[in-house]
Design a protein around this ligand. Structure first.
Ligand code: FES
Ligand code: FE2
Length: 378
């Protein structure tokens, strides 16, 4: 983040603290609980946001060298991302063209060929079909047209974006900066691209994917739900929200920011006194902490009331402490997700049709309005 932006934000933060109220929207808003429970809404989201919208499929640091690959099973279409012999990223539907077996599993390094576990059709790192055992049974098959189905892929800021559905001819590229609408400059400045993937854990919950995300976009609940752990560290009900297109930047403010009042502006640094959250629309949440980054990638499951997330830690240096950091953060979000499961249950009872987003919960309104716009429900 530019220093001038930091100074500007810090002034706004001090104003809010002195005033005793956070920045607020004009009025509170409402949302329909059906957004979290209706199967047809879930189907549209799946189609638009999780098949045809680029999503973060992994981190560049996971596959730095030719032949390194990772797979993504949580998106509606199974994905294989591989760095080819020229060190360029390629992404494919992770399905064998012969009879549909899953081609590659997990992640790995220095692969030269992907050989299917079923009958051993083999593909190179550019997806070309290079071997068919006993190929006399497939005489006349057009091998050139039987390679893996390619997907749009791009990488920047250490993040790998893939569009899970095969692209049509004019949608074969992903313009990451256009998608991030200016947030890329921030991500660049935090140095996330230079951090290395340390650990990923998977969490499955009985709640709509948006409910899993919602908990990150307001600071109102912290003093209540997290009273026993993180609440004492943060200024009560204060966060700075900015929209970048459909993306979100949301800055939680630590009480330690008061120290800056005693030092000159040119020495002000926002980062150590805040937790900076970013939603990379639709489903990736990047949390910038002072010495590491946390990344949540949230996906809908087949049932509208179920979701799955990967939670990853990126940091400059490997250390056993990241595992403890992961335990601590899972302890905090477990409170959110357990409460969220109860909310999902209540929504599904049909007993309440509307929920309310307060004037200082306007990042939530932005998130849900962005989804409605993207799926053409406005
Ligand atoms: S399904 Fe892959 S080789 Fe037969
Ligand atoms: Fe929370």
């Amino acid at each position: 983040m530019k220093h001038s932006t930091q100074i500007n934000l810090i002034h706004q933060i001090f104003d809010a603290i002195d005033r005793g109220t956070p920045p607020m929207a004009e009025r509170f808003t409402r949302n329909d609980t059906s957004a979290y429970t209706a199967p047809d809404r879930a189907a549209r989201e799946r189609e638009v946001l999780f098949r045809h919208h680029p999503i973060v499929a992994g981190f560049s640091s996971q596959i730095p060298n030719p032949g390194d690959y990772l797979t993504e099973d949580l998106a509606p279409i199974p994905i294989l991302v591989v760095r080819n012999t020229a060190s360029e990223l390629r992404a494919f539907v992770n399905i064998c063209r012969h009879r549909g077996a899953k081609l590659a599993d997990g992640c790995g390094h220095t692969a030269k060929l992907f050989s299917c576990p079923y009958h051993a059709w083999s593909y190179d790192t550019d997806g070309r079909l290079v071997a068919i055992p006993d190929d006399y049974g497939f005489e006349g098959l057009d091998r050139a047209a039987s390679g893996l189905v390619a997907l749009p892929v791009a990488e920047k800021y250490g993040l790998i974006f893939v569009t899970p559905a095969p692209g049509d001819s004019n949608k074969n590229t992903i313009d990451i900066d256009a998608m991030l609408s200016g947030l890329g400059e921030d991500i660049q400045s935090y140095g996330i691209g230079a951090m290395v993937h340390q650990e990923t854990r998977v969490v499955r919950r009985r709640m709509n994917w948006k409910l899993m995300s919602d908990t990150f976009w307001e600071a109102y609940h912290i003093k209540v739900l997290h009273a026993q752990n993180v609440a004492p560290l943060f200024v009560k009900n204060l966060a700075m929200f900015d929209a970048f297109g459909r993306n979100t930047r949301y800055i939680g403010v630590r009480k330690s920011i008061e120290k800056l009042r005693d030092i000159p502006e040119e020495k002000w640094d926002l980062i150590p006194h805040t937790t900076i959250l970013m939603n990379l629309f639709p489903n990736t949440i990047l949390v910038m902490q002072s010495d590491h980054a946390e990344v949540y990638r949230i996906f809908p499951e087949k049932h509208v009331g179920e979701s799955v997330a990967t939670i990853s830690i990126l940091a400059s240096e490997p250390s056993p402490k990241w595992s403890r950091t992961m335990d601590l953060l899972l302890g905090v979000v477990d409170q959110d997700f357990t409460l969220g499961e109860g909310i999902q249950h209540n929504f599904e009872s049909g007993a309440q049709r509307k929920i309310t987003y307060g004037r200082y919960e306007n990042a939530l309104e932005h998130f849900h309005r962005s989804i409605r716009e993207a799926i053409g429900e406005v």
